[in-house]
Every structure is written in structure tokens, then in C-alpha cells.
Design a protein around this ligand. Sequence first.
Ligand SMILES: CC(C)(COP(=O)(O)OP(=O)(O)OC[C@H]1O[C@@H](n2cnc3c(N)ncnc32)[C@H](O)[C@@H]1OP(=O)(O)O)[C@@H](O)C(=O)NCCC(=O)NCCS
Length: 176
Amino acid sequence: MIDVARVTYRDARAEDAAALAEISRATFLATFGHLYTIADRNAFVAETYGRKLQAAEIADPEMRHRLAFDGRDVIGFAKMGAYKLPVAAEGRRVRELHRLYVVEAAKGAGIAAALMEWTIATARGDGADALYLGVWQGNARAQRFYARYGFEIVGEYTFEVGAARDPEYVMRKPLA
Ligand SMILES: CC(C)(COP(=O)(O)OP(=O)(O)OC[C@H]1O[C@@H](n2cnc3c(N)ncnc32)[C@H](O)[C@@H]1OP(=O)(O)O)[C@@H](O)C(=O)NCCC(=O)NCCS
């Protein structure tokens, strides 16, 4: 079990790309791997969570990453930035929480909560009047977590991984 008092947080740096790629890959596979064929999920993971792409995303000024550490190990992260969901957003200036992943041992421990609080504060600091996210419709735990922060379902879309077509909800939290 994680000793919550020892967990530290900081923004991602270039040298975190490999650790970010690894936790992203492992958490995605543990949470969603069963939804896809092995070939589809391997292709998706290689394309989406490669170290080079993570390095490019860390360097992208439109993206912000906050990491949670247990000692030197990354145990969770939030990725927040420009709005990219495939549905029209409502708001003068909006932000999207692209990923919020914590490792199994960190679930229910308040690590995701700290990352969410950072996300909300950072979006507000960016002058955003709404924060959006996309979540798989079968991910009841995540939806319940988001509802705690005032996110509401405002739309739906389909997320493609190889041959799979996942039904997703769009959730929105007003920040004003
Ligand atoms: C989603 C995630 C960030 C939430 O963080 P967490 O620390 O697990 O969240 P918490 O335990 O504080 O809250 C989860 C809520 O879901 C509830 N819950 C737990 N297991 C559940 C389940 N199987 N079904 C439905 N609700 C569940 C908890 O009781 C809690 O609700 P409550 O606050 O009303 O009691 C984390 O679980 C995670 O990283 N999951 C894997 C990756 C993922 O799914 N990311 C989100 C992608 S959109």
C-alpha cells in the first residue's frame, strides 16, 4: 500500500518521458486491455504511449502533465490542455482533462483527488470557464469519481481502437 504522506507531486520534465510512457501503457492495459484484440491493443499502445510521443507531449506548451511520485516511482498523473474531443464545446475558453491515471495500489488513496484538484486549479489559472473530459461508458469508477467534482454528462462519442468502437461520454464541469 502507498504511504500517502510520502507522495510528492510536480510538473513533468523531459526526463520523465520513459516513466510516463510506462505508467500510461500499464494503466491503459490493466483498465481497458480486455476490450480489444491483442493486435489492436498492441498497435494502439505503441502508437499512443511511445516514449518519443510522451516526450513531445511534455514539451508541448498546450499540454500540462502533473506527476505523483512514491519515492522515485511515478504512481499517477494527470494530463490537461487544449480541447480535442470530437464534439462542440460550450464555453468561451475550455480545457480538457486528457488523462487521469493512477496505479492500482494508489486507487482510493486520494492521489487521483490531488491530481484532479491540480487540474481544476490549473484550468482556472488558464482562464478556462469549463473543463471537459471523455470517459468510457463502462468505466463506472471513473464516472463516479468525476461526478464528485461536479462533472456532468453532456454528450457522447465513439473512441476507436483498431476494430473496436468504444462508446464514450463527454463530461463537463463549469469553472466559472
Ligand atoms: C479513475 C481514477 C483516476 C479514480 O481514482 P480513485 O482513487 O480510484 O478514485 P476514488 O476511489 O477516490 O473514487 C472512486 C469512486 O468510485 C467508487 N467505486 C470504486 N469502485 C467502483 C466500481 N467498480 N464501480 C463503481 N464505482 C466504484 C468509489 O466508491 C468512489 O466513489 P465514492 O467517492 O462515491 O465513494 C482511478 O481509479 C484510475 O486511475 N483508474 C484507472 C484509469 C482510469 O480509468 N482513468 C480514467 C480514464 S477516463
